[in-house]
Design a protein around this ligand. Structure first.
Ligand SMILES: Cc1cc2nc3c(=O)[nH]c(=O)nc-3n(C[C@H](O)[C@H](O)[C@H](O)COP(=O)(O)OP(=O)(O)OC[C@H]3O[C@@H](n4cnc5c(N)ncnc54)[C@H](O)[C@@H]3O)c2cc1C
Length: 410
């Protein structure tokens, strides 16, 4: 078959190479001057290409539409993916959290291996050419139009990515093409993204370890994560925050703005229950009864958080610790277990690692990624309404959905 693959990112490269290896006549069209621009910056330049976990664990890490991915992930598992890249000559290693990287720690080795795979299999690679539409005749794909010409084909694979980090080329073109073809696109929002909050003046750069951060909407905790986080000039970031941003997508509008009365709540001492924490404060007070409350609190938390805790608890930090009443201690304990920062929104698309939302998966066949509306039209990778947490899951989704097409196009 004559097939045009649109976008030479993770999904498009593997799909184009795989289809060409099966004997199809493949044209791969990429708007950038080189392939795999986003792939190159993944994993802080090291490319965490998959996660060496079993498929069930994998699907537990998928945030949007895990059931849709069932058959593609089982069809091309993380272990298949590792073997595949090893067969392309890239040696891999598994790190903490089962994250898989090239032994060289260079994402470029993954990009180069895929590029070589594509070219060795005879794919016609067109760089600096942008696809503007996919043309249809009698409910089937007939051609792909670019800013430079028209390509007649039997099938078109849309692998244009999402809308985050648009400087890498993924700026939402796939959504426009899909909409024009009558596909529904679930409103895209940034995910795995820092959050903008109020009340963080003076905290930028402070990082916290072993804390539990939760998001509360209308007084109800909707997601919690334990681990590391940090404060930015306008909010919060770090591993637990990125995860929370993905898990709470449904509580934001299409501009990434959270419902009113949302806040982020940080438990500085998740390992201690309230009584144990109170007992610890009592011990600190009897060890230094003349110390001011603000000095005493420095033994329990970073100095820059003390004034925030004091102001939220209503205590007078200048007073001697020994005058604290039980009620005042309870209030302090309450704040140490839950410092609240009003939550405004997600950061903008430019700062997001993945896009949540995209081509509505109810209109796509999960077995082969073919449109249920148009014969010969396929969607793979991040352009679909699928996304996962950090750990190599998003790239594996790109690779697995790509391989579903390779297996099924005959
Ligand atoms: C900073 C950062 C770090 C990340 N690190 C990791 C990680 O370590 N592990 C992980 O699993 N995931 C990671 N991700 C997520 C992962 O990179 C993406 O989920 C993945 O690249 C999606 O692959 P894709 O092929 O669907 O899209 P992309 O890789 O975005 O590729 C889409 C391609 O389509 C091209 N294109 C778009 N429109 C057109 C058009 N009209 N015509 C022609 N070409 C077009 C684009 O230029 C682009 O090259 C990271 C993301 C970012 C931003």
């Amino acid at each position: 078959m004559k097939i045009v693959v649109i976008g030479a990112g993770a999904a498009g490269l593997l799909c184009a190479g795989g289809l060409a290896a099966e004997g199809h006549e493949v044209t791969l069209i990429e708007k950038n001057e080189r392939v795999g621009k986003k792939l190159f910056i993944t994993g802080k330049g090291r490319c965490n290409l998959t996660n060496a976990c079993d498929v069930r664990t994998f699907l537990d890490n998928v945030v949007s539409n895990p059931r849709f991915l069932n058959s593609s992930i089982y069809g091309f598992t993380p272990s298949d993916c590792m073997q595949y890249f090893e067969s392309l000559g890239v040696k891999l290693k598994v790190e903490r959290g089962e994250r898989v990287f090239p032994v060289s720690d260079k994402s470029n080795d993954i990009v180069k291996a895929l590029e070589k795979y594509v070219l060795n299999n005879g794919v016609d690679l067109r760089l600096e050419e942008s696809v503007t539409s996919v043309e249809i005749k009698e409910d089937a794909v007939s051609s792909v139009r670019t800013d430079k010409g028209l390509y007649y084909c039997d099938a078109a694979v849309i692998a244009t990515g999402g809308v985050t980090y648009p400087a890498t080329g993924s700026c939402g073109d796939g959504y426009k093409i899909a909409r024009k073809l009558g596909h529904n696109v679930v409103a895209p929002v940034a995910a795995l993204v820092p959050l903008i909050t109020k009340g963080v003046d003076g905290l930028a750069g402070l990082s916290l370890k072993n804390v539990t951060a939760s998001i509360e909407v209308n007084g109800k905790t909707v997601a919690s994560q334990f681990g590391e986080m940090l404060f930015t000039h306008n909010g919060v970031s770090g591993p637990v925050i990125l995860t929370l941003s993905s898990l709470t997508g449904r509580y934001c509008d299409k501009n990434g703005i959270y419902a009113k009365n949302s806040c982020i709540c940080i438990d500085l001492k998740p390992a201690l229950d309230r009584d144990t924490l109170d007992a610890r404060i009592v011990r600190e007070i009897s060890a230094a009864p003349k110390a001011q409350i603000k000095t005493l609190l420095c033994t329990l938390m970073p100095k820059s958080l003390v004034s925030v805790v004091i102001s939220q608890s209503g205590a007078d930090g200048e007073l001697k610790a020994s005058v604290l009443s039980k009620k005042q201690r309870e209030s302090l304990v309450g704040v140490i277990k839950c410092i609240r920062f009003p939550l405004v929104s997600k950061e903008r698309f430019e700062a997001g690692i993945v896009t949540q939302g995209g081509v509505d998966v109810s209109e796509v066949n999960p077995k082969d990624m073919q449109s249920k509306k148009i014969k010969g039209l396929y969607f793979i990778g991040e352009v679909l309404d699928v996304d996962a947490l950090t750990g190599g899951f998003n790239l594996q989704i790109a690779f697995s959905t790509a391989m579903s097409v390779v297996r099924s196009v005959v």
